[in-house]
Design a protein around this ligand. Sequence first.
Ligand code: UD1
Ligand code: MG
Length: 465
Amino acid sequence: MQHEQKRFCVLILAAGKGTRMRSKTPKVLHKIMEEPLLYYPLSELRSAGFNDISVMVGFSGETVEEWIKNEFPGINVLWQREQLGTGHAAKLAQEWWKDYENVVILPGDTPLIKADTLKKFINAHVEKNNRCSFLSFDLTDPTGYGRVIRDGMSVRIVEHKDATPDERKCREVNSGMYVFSTEALSAVIDDLKCMNSQKEYYLPDAVALIEKNGGRTDAVKASDPTEFLGINDPNQLAEAAAVMKKRILDKWMGSGVRCNDPLSIWIGPRVCIGEDTEIQPNVQLWGETSIGSGCRIGSFTVLQDSVLEDNVEIIGSVRIKKSKVGESSIVGPFVFIRDGAELHQNVHVGRFVEIKKSIVRKGAKVPHLSYVGDADIGEHTNIGAGTITCNYDGEKKNFTKIGNNCFVGSDTMFVAPVNIGDNVVTAAGSVITQDIPEGALGVARAKQKNIEGWSSRRKIHKGGN
Ligand code: UD1
Ligand code: MG
């Protein structure tokens, strides 16, 4: 692809309103597998080696522009304030694409297109020395699409709404994906007319105009129609999500990830999974999540933007958000780990525990019913059931530091800020408000008093009622 990179730029048309979605969200930001539609062509293009990419925005363009700047910095944003058709959008971008030899134009609402298909399409354009190529495909129900009308060697596109009954019978349709020689497109772009049923400037009309000028044009027929599914309504959105979901699962199962019930498992497109990992039913993996090899992820677990190192066992019903779990750790069931928490190697966190923005060091255990927030727990320390780091004083969050090899008695409250040395023991039920030096026992609870004969006196008293 080296020579193409210098000679090609890509324009994505994403200014349309998407009326049939009946939503305030611009169409290209509707999500499949938790990523906006626009994510998919952009990441395919990046993986195919394209760097010179512009997106034409318009309807709710500010929101689309902001998303592009955050997620794909370096991609150029162009504006079509008034949406007068795909030909008009291409014309508005002319100042940008005129400096390249060829411009690839893609719709922003077809998320299933694959990099490989685009590469082959572009190579065919180069090999045949075309002035214009577009991808076409066959559909049993072509309703709504532009029809590809072939007449001997010549080819043109007629929009569904403008087609004659005979033309509508044609099953070969336009994908909306083109490569134009910029020279050939420049020569005809001002000649596009809007005298049609939609009163729009149609980019497909450029194909016939280029041919009229003597330029070689070609419809390159693709074999898999699913790659060109255009998203125009919520049904098509769900249809595309189902295709993408299966595609992603097939990829991971093909590389050694075991999913016994793949239909119930959701894996986002940015997730990475090592081989020999097993995913149980009803698991969701989203965002920039990375999972090592030899892991086991139990049912009803949701991981988002998190890292699991090798051989981690997630027992089930666990939620981990923006956090990291170290090698050979065991987590769950019913655990919430969040906001930059870091569990090092061989940590055990389980059964109704929340860990927030804390470090739990090598071999430490937080096995039952605890809240650990804004804390650092030392190596091989054991946190007893019901322990809480009281990190919030009503105004700000305070820090708890607990050393190595400590034994924290059940139901200890650490009123932060507080610093606990190595080898400390706290007595169960203690409310720790002061630092504890290394090796000490911290006891902070009322002394037990036994009142002899109290139960029998209580019975007599009750009988009097
Ligand atoms: C278009 C093609 C049709 C093809 C179909 C494939 C035209 C006139 N027709 O029809 O031949 O079969 O795609 O899916 O091009 N857009 C803009 N500015 C505009 C209008 C549209 O940026 O003024 C963008 C939309 O956001 C969308 C893309 O262009 O991403 C295609 O527009 P859309 O209105 O969906 O065209 P279709 O009717 O699907
Ligand atoms: Mg469309």
